[in-house]
Design a protein. Structure first.
Lengths: 216, 787
């Protein structure tokens, strides 16, 4: 409890806690990390993220970093990108990865699912037109395979094509030969990942302990 | 593993059932005859043997006719009886599925025990002694390993690793709790509840604890047998099953510990401490031995490309050796076997041919199925045979205590575990976990191993063990299915893994790792990612042959899926229809982006060829291997023949020669009108050729020479088209023989570049698939692809 009193700006935390569902300790830990990443500035920029050493090995790091600067992830009707984010936006993005609480009603669970899937959808749909086109999906698969050592554009294309075909088959079912499937809409995306149990899979254990001193 | 046979209508079933019954009766009678005659025959055969020896020279002198038809059972007795038992087991398995409705109500394990009881009863009824079939050696060295190997090899690694903490806590802490609770309370009951003259009061604490440790271990065979049929969700299945596998280490340690102590009679603190240490040694040692043999097996499989036929043998032998080696040092053999199977699988599967993979799968399933059946039958026979000492108090108290201990253990541990889990275990889950703690033949065999001198109460123990086993298998086994229905526990999802789910699984992995890195704490995903990277960088290079070591998981998955679809398609009789779960008419052209508008002059031609091209694409895509083959990315500049297959070095040599010849030809072609320049230095030559804008390809000297496609520049060069056609011609004949691949009726010359390379890749794909000639080497297959 002593740690709580030493945190500055406590009243803001209660708003954040309510909005995002984190506990005070967790927000405190995140704040510390935020300050560490931004070198004690008020806002984070993309180059701050690029400094994180471990991210360098990640094949989809560009997309992850972009997700932090995407207004659509801050609140429901946001659009476009920003250049820098404050602590509030940082926490809001992080809150997408909170584990589901034990006592959740069915509709709360459904709401969480939609939120998390929306986050994923936004990551794929880079031009913000509401659908994931074939090109965008191809890009996703290419990025995934980009660290494998061999640049296999053709194979990536093929896999993306097959996946797209599957989505179309599941969502639309019957199409005439000259009809054209525009892209994966959010509803199709939901249907596609129906059995995926995303609310428990897309979670990070946010510890209450402050581990920022242990690792960079 | 039990599988459901398709019902061909009730009359067919009844007929089949009748035939099976006849067979069983025949066999049963032969068997009893055999057992009966084995005792009577021995003196007579010896006698007649003696007779024959003395009068081998003379024919009719002694008056005994030359034995035209003689009966000599002694020689074949042992293999004959073994075969009879296995045959009985298999016929039983067959029969159960023909009886309508029976297999829905009663789990197979119960039926098999009943059969064992019947057989034992019959044997005893004819007055013979029942053979001690559940001999511990037989059980632990012959019957148990196939089941465990099957479980370990096909262990779903992902859910297992995700729940490893939970599984370990249940296995270790749970079993310890069970053992001490049951043992301790039993001792208390024995001392307090009975008179001091009764045999029970003479059972020491250590003996009770030993008994507790034997009886408390959840049995993987029983769990597998029952859980296979109820199809509960993956999480529960892996929790109970994982627990049953991993508690072997605890059982082994406790068993040896208490056996030692009972023998010596005194316990010191030091010995207790050594016991704890020995637990870690046994568990980790077993795993280490398994991992070692697994790596050896993976490494060996790297070089088996020339002798594909014995690939499965390596897998089985190394695993069995791992088990036996662990048993030498009293380490946990089961954990060694599991570790071996789980470790070697990804690497071995990348190295072996498709046929070997199928062989391994089916052999393991077959052996484990037969083993399981035999174990249950023998359990029934041993019940009839074994020396029994029924003691009401002991037996009932044991049964009750086992149940109570299990329930308390599960509830208590779940309470602690749920603090650390993301997906909490609900009460329903806890109930199923507690109820699924079945005991089985391992407990019986361990009890059987006890020596009479140290344990005068051995019979009491055995009786109690058998009662507990019967209770759990019959009562719990039979009622778990209706209970699962009643409680509406989530069932296993039957949906196949789709490529989208695979993509998103991978995506999520990376995403979560990235978020963890941003957050700044090294969690679960971080370490998993590190392990994967280590695996990719170092381990895979050592253990996987050739180019496949660099293959990312997504592509491997995609390839597997394609193969499955292809095989499905062939089995279903072929056709243009897409073999998918959701019947739909969506095809590739529906999702291809609209092409940009072409200039008017070209419109006529692309119109036609586009349709035709789409049709061809559709045919290619729906019929078999996808157009862009996996191998393409690795073989951009290499030969058509599968470089993983035989004769790579010859091909490389030939390729070099071709290269040189072509170089000379090119020079002549390019500089035809120009007087031959003075011979350049090699570097100049190469430099000039490298900058040649034309696609660089080799004209084949003969029809069957493999081609090289080096496309440095323009995709639509005429050379590449010519190349393909000749290539296509060369392999047209081979295609027709294979039957696995369907060719489009015609291939227009204007097919776009991706279309061309389809054929090339199809060949490569085909080659890998068919590269394993099997026991009868198909000369033509190999001959066709190698010049």
């Amino acid at each position: 409890m002593g740690a709580l009193q030493s945190l500055p700006g406590r009243p803001e935390y209660s708003d954040l806690a309510e909005k995002t569902g984190f506990s005070f300790e967790q927000i405190g830990v995140l704040h510390k990390r935020f300050k560490q990443l931004s070198h004690n500035e008020e806002t984070l920029r993309r180059d701050h993220f690029n400094e994180i050493h471990d991210l360098a090995f990640n094949p989809i790091r560009t997309q992850i970093i972009e997700a932090f600067f995407d207004r659509r992830n801050f609140h429901q009707d946001g659009e476009g990108k920003v250049q820098e984010i404050g602590f509030e936006e940082f926490v809001v993005v992080m809150s997408h990865f909170r584990p589901p609480s034990v006592h959740m009603t069915e509709e709360q669970r459904e709401k969480t699912r939609r939120e998390k899937l929306r986050f994923l959808f936004n990551m794929h749909d880079t031009d913000n037109d509401g659908t994931i086109t074939l090109e965008e999906y191809r890009h996703v698969v290419e990025e995934l395979l980009s660290r494998s050592g061999t640049l296999e554009k053709e194979t990536a294309k093929c896999i993306a094509d097959a996946a797209m075909l599957e989505v179309a088959s599941i969502s639309v079912g019957h199409m005439e030969p000259d009809e054209f499937y525009e892209g994966i809409t959010f509803e199709h995306f939901l249907k596609l990942l129906d059995g995926f149990e995303i609310e428990s899979r897309m979670t990070i254990r946010f510890l209450n302990m402050d581990t920022t001193t242990l690792c960079k | 593993m039990p599988s459901r046979t398709v019902s061909h209508g009730s009359s067919g079933r009844l007929r089949g059932l009748f035939l099976v019954m006849v067979l069983v009766f025949l066999e049963g009678s032969v068997f009893t005859l055999a057992v009966a005659s084995s005792d009577q025959r021995s003196p007579t055969t010896a006698h007649s043997g003696g007779h024959k020896a003395t009068d081998h020279g003379s024919h009719n002198n002694t008056g005994k006719a030359f034995p035209v038809l003689d009966l000599n059972y002694e020689n074949v007795r042992v293999p004959f009886e073994i075969s009879l038992w296995v045959l009985l087991a298999s016929l039983m398995k067959l029969g159960f599925h023909l009886v309508p409705h029976l297999s829905n109500i009663v789990p197979e394990s119960c039926l098999l025990i009943v059969v064992g009881l019947l057989v034992g009863g019959i044997i005893r009824g004819t007055g013979e002694t029942v053979p001690p079939v559940l001999d511990s050696k037989l059980f632990f060295y012959i019957l148990l390993p196939p089941i465990i190997l099957d479980a370990g090899y096909f262990l779903p690694i992902r859910p297992f690793m995700e729940n490893l903490g939970t599984i370990l806590i249940f296995a270790v802490v749970g079993t310890l709790w069970n053992a001490f609770f049951v043992g301790g309370l039993l001792y208390g009951v024995c001392q307090i509840g009975t008179e001091s003259t009764s045999i029970l009061s003479r059972i020491g604490l250590l003996q009770c604890l030993l008994f507790g440790s034997i009886i408390s271990a959840v049995d993987p065979v029983a769990v597998l047998a029952v859980f296979e049929e109820i199809h509960i969700n993956e999480l529960l299945h892996i929790l109970v099953f994982g627990e049953s596998l991993l508690n072997d280490a605890v059982t082994v340690v406790l068993y040896h510990l208490f056996e030692e102590f009972s023998g010596i009679g005194s316990v010191t603190l030091l010995k207790g401490f050594l016991g704890v240490i020995s637990f870690f040694v046994v568990a980790l040692g077993g795993v280490l031995v398994g991992v070692l043999y697994g790596i050896l097996a993976a490494f060996t499989s790297r070089f088996t490309s020339h002798t594909r036929v014995i690939e499965p043998l390596f897998v089985f032998l190394y695993s069995y050796m791992a088990y036996l080696s662990a048993e030498i040092f009293h380490l946990s053999g089961i954990m060694a076997l599991i570790a071996c199977g789980a470790v070697m699988r990804p690497y071995v599967e990348a190295n072996i041919s498709h046929k070997s993979h199928t062989t391994i799968k089916y052999f393991l399933k077959m052996w484990s199925s037969v083993s399981e059946t035999l174990i249950f039958i023998f359990l029934g026979v041993a019940t009839v045979a074994g020396p029994h000492d029924w003691n009401w108090t002991f037996v009932t108290v044991t049964v009750i205590l086992c149940l109570v201990a299990r329930v308390i253990g599960v509830v208590g541990l779940t309470f602690i575990i749920n603090k650390f889990r993301i997906v909490k275990l609900t009460t329903k889950d806890q109930f199923i976990i507690a109820y699924g703690g079945l005991r089985g033949a391992i407990a019986f065999s361990l009890g059987f191993l006890l020596e009479k001198e140290h344990f005068p109460e051995r019979e009491i123990f055995l009786t109690a063990i058998i009662t507990v086993i019967f209770f759990t298998v019959f009562v719990q086994g039979m009622t778990i299915k209706p209970l699962v229905e009643l409680l509406a526990v989530k069932k296993k999802q039957e949906a196949k893994r789709s490529i989208n789910e695979e993509i998103h699984t991978q995506f999520l992995d990376h995403l979560l790792t990235g978020i963890e890195d941003i957050c700044g704490h090294y969690g679960h995903h971080h370490w998993k990612d590190k392990l994967n990277r280590f695996n990719k960088k170092y381990v895979k290079k050592c253990l996987i042959a050739g180019e496949r070591s660099k293959e990312p998981q997504l592509i491997a998955f995609y390839h597997k899926m394609e193969m499955k679809q292809a095989i499905q398609l062939v089995e279903s009789g072929g056709g243009i229809k897409m073999p998918s779960a959701v019947p739909s008419t969506v095809s590739m052209q529906n999702i291809q982006p609209r092409p940009p508008t072409k200039p008017a002059a070209e419109r006529a031609i692309p119109q036609l060829s586009k349709n035709k091209e789409e049709e061809i694409r559709k045919i290619l895509r729906t019929n078999l291997q996808r157009t862009r083959q996996r191998l393409r990315s690795y073989n951009r500049h290499t030969l058509v023949a599968d470089p993983y297959e035989d004769g790579l070095s010859d091909l490389l040599l030939k390729k070099q020669k071709m290269f040189q010849i072509e170089k000379k030809l090119k020079e002549m072609n390019t500089y035809l009108t120009v007087p031959a320049p003075p011979p350049d230095s090699p570097t100049m030559c190469r430099a000039r050729l490298a900058s040649d804008p034309q696609a660089y390809s080799i004209k084949p000297a003969s029809n069957k020479v493999p081609m090289i496609q080096v496309d440095l520049a323009s995709p639509q060069s005429p050379d590449s088209v010519n190349l393909l056609d000749e290539f296509g011609q060369a392999n047209q004949q081979e295609e027709e023989e294979q039957g696995l691949m369907m060719k489009p009726p015609s291939r227009p010359r204007e097919a776009k570049k991706p279309g061309e390379e389809d054929e090339a890749k199809d060949q490569q794909k085909l080659m890998r698939c068919l590269s394993d000639p099997g026991p009868s080497a198909d000369e033509d297959e190999d001959g066709a692809f190698l010049p």
